[in-house]
Structures are given as structure tokens and as C-alpha cells.
Design a protein around this ligand. Sequence first.
Ligand SMILES: Cc1cc2nc3c(=O)[nH]c(=O)nc-3n(C[C@H](O)[C@H](O)[C@H](O)COP(=O)(O)OP(=O)(O)OC[C@H]3O[C@@H](n4cnc5c(N)ncnc54)[C@H](O)[C@@H]3O)c2cc1C
Length: 350
Amino acid sequence: MRPLYIEWETLSRGWRDGDVVSEFILTPGFGLGMADKASAEQDLIIVGGGPAGLTAALYAARAQASPLVLIGEVAGGQAATTQEIENYPGFPDGIGGPALAQQMQSHAERFGAQIQFDSAESVDLGTYPFRVRTRTGEYTARTIVISTGSSPRKLGVPGEARFRGHGVSYCATCDGYFFKDKRVLVVGGGNSAIDESLFLTRLASQITIVHRRDTLRADPVLQERAFKEPKIQFVWSSVVEEILGDQEANAVRVRNVVTGETSTIETDGVFVYIGHVPNTKLFEGQLELDERGYIVTDRRQRTSVPGVYAAGDVQDPIYRQIVTAAGTGSAAAIEAIRFIDQHKYEENTE
Ligand SMILES: Cc1cc2nc3c(=O)[nH]c(=O)nc-3n(C[C@H](O)[C@H](O)[C@H](O)COP(=O)(O)OP(=O)(O)OC[C@H]3O[C@@H](n4cnc5c(N)ncnc54)[C@H](O)[C@@H]3O)c2cc1C
């Protein structure tokens, strides 16, 4: 099969209408080959190819488990959509998100992980071995690591997509440093919005919180800290209608939901904190999820179904960092390997 080569940026932007990618799988070196539609039983299938999934793949591959990684629509996950990462240990000068994701993938492949540019469309965790149906085939697996991540909820207003990474961010812990001594605007009124606004007071010169209600939803202790913070000011009962700018975002148009008046607020950056949506639709009714839809795991990354593990943002409503995703990915793989070994031992001694 003659491989096709495409840019990492093309892979990381995800599938678009008209792309013909479902017939192909990634091969080492980022070439593409025809997908093998045979459904051999796998020891381990990893659903999701972000930092959690790729780290799980590395650990499982080094344990000779030859994991199959269904990388989904966004190769490298959210990390690959981030321009610059400055808080992943080992890279004191920072590293581009696509480059880090590519290195993680190459690292896992070097030890034998099979990376497939394919998405899980349905799973059956009620039978054993488990079944995973994808766009191109069907597989059975002795263990599964779920690392499908979560997606920040979007405002859905004009300018948001255009200025993403150019003044629009969904992660102050990640991007706050780029706004040192600048004015920023935070959208939201829950714990994340207030917590990250307080974090931004270390860096930004002024933080304007735009909230659609006239009271905050955040915990009282966070509210108290925010109200006492001189750098934070509030724009109440208002929604963002448009993000404006040239090369970078430089203002937002807001509408007061009580009076209907619109106004423009100048800013150097917009941080959107209106919630995260874990990518767990596939698992509804099969795994225990919390009230927000995150997969419930114990300290060993075990889910409510033995043999199924979860790692990264899909089970983490709190930290949502590359390093924590990678950490839980490694733990999930170690646990999955133990499970496989135990099962094989029991089968051989029956
Ligand atoms: C704009 C932005 C900037 C950020 N900057 C930083 C930063 O500087 N530092 C930092 O530590 N963190 C940063 N983060 C957070 C960080 O990217 C995430 O915490 C991390 O990527 C989570 O990794 P994950 O593997 O759990 O999930 P994700 O990265 O979300 O990856 C999920 C993967 O699952 C795949 N998938 C989803 N559904 C399916 C399916 N049905 N079948 C197969 N695959 C599927 C996706 O294609 C993707 O590959 C940032 C996040 C954003 C949005």
C-alpha cells in the first residue's frame, strides 16, 4: 500500500465534511494505510488519542500489550489544538501543542502501539470480551481504556472560533501567562470562572467578569475572595454577543439581558468558562457517570465495569491538564495490564 502523508495540523484539525479519511489508518511516521477491517480480539483498546490515551498506549505498548488506539477526530486531542504549552514538565522553553502530541504518538508507536485514525461509534460493555464498533470495523477487547476527553462549552457567538488561540481561550491555567499585565475578560459565574479569575489576578492587570445573572453561582468562599480582589470588576446580567478584533481579539460586544442595551468592552483576551462537556455519550447507561456526565473512577482509574478504565479529562472535572491526563493514562494502562494478566492466568489454570 502506497502511503499518503498529510500534515499534522491537518490531522489535528479533525475531520471535515468531504474528507475521505475513514478508509485509512495512521501508520508509524504519520503515513496512512488502508484500515484492516478484520476484528481480531485485542488485549486492550484505547478509545481516544489525546495525552491520556497516548500515554496509556505508551505504557501498554512497553508491556507488550500491543494496544489499539482509536484516535478519534482530533489526533492528539485538545493538546494538539493549543499553540504553545509552557507547563508540561521537561520543556523549559515550552513546546507547541501539535509537536507535543506528535512526540507522544511517535513515542507510543516506537514500542508497538497501533494507532488508528478512527472513532468508536458504539460500545457494548455488557458482554465479555467487550465490543467496540468503529467507522471502519468492529473489535472485541479484553480491556478498554476510555480517554475521550471533554470539550469546553462554547459561547457560539461570532468571532469566537476566529480568535480561538488569538485572544480567546478556555484555560487560564494554560494561557494566562500570555496576558501578563494585560486586561482580560472572563465569561461565566460558576466555580471555574471565579477560580480562574482569581488565578488571573496573579498575571493580568485587570479582570472583567461578564455574567448573565446578577449573582454568582460559585461557592461563597470563592465569591468573597473575588469581591475583595481590587483587580476584579463585574458586568452583571450581561451576555457576550460578539468577539471583535483584527489579528487578535481586542473587544467584546455585550448585551444587558434586563435593559437590552449593548455596549463594547475593550480587552486583550477573553476566557470562556461556561462549563465543560465530557465526551461520554457512548457510555451512557453502561458506566456510572456523575451528575455532569463525567465517568466515575476510583483511585486506580477503575470504572463501574471491571476491565474498563478511564483516564484524563473524561473523568476529571477538576484539573484538566495535560500532565494530569498523562498521569491517569499511565495508571489506567498499568491497571489494564494487571487485569489482562490476571485473566490469562485464570484461563490457563482452569
Ligand atoms: C485551548 C486549550 C488550551 C489548553 N492549554 C493547555 C496547556 O497549556 N497546558 C495543559 O496542561 N493543558 C492545557 N489544556 C488542557 C489539555 O489540553 C487537556 O487537559 C488534555 O488535552 C486532556 O487530555 P485527554 O487525553 O484527557 O483528552 P483530549 O485531549 O480531549 O483528547 C480526547 C481524544 O479523544 C478522542 N475521541 C473523542 N471521542 C472519541 C471517540 N468516540 N472515538 C475515538 N476517539 C475519540 C479525540 O479525538 C481526542 O483525540 C488546554 C485545553 C484547551 C482547550
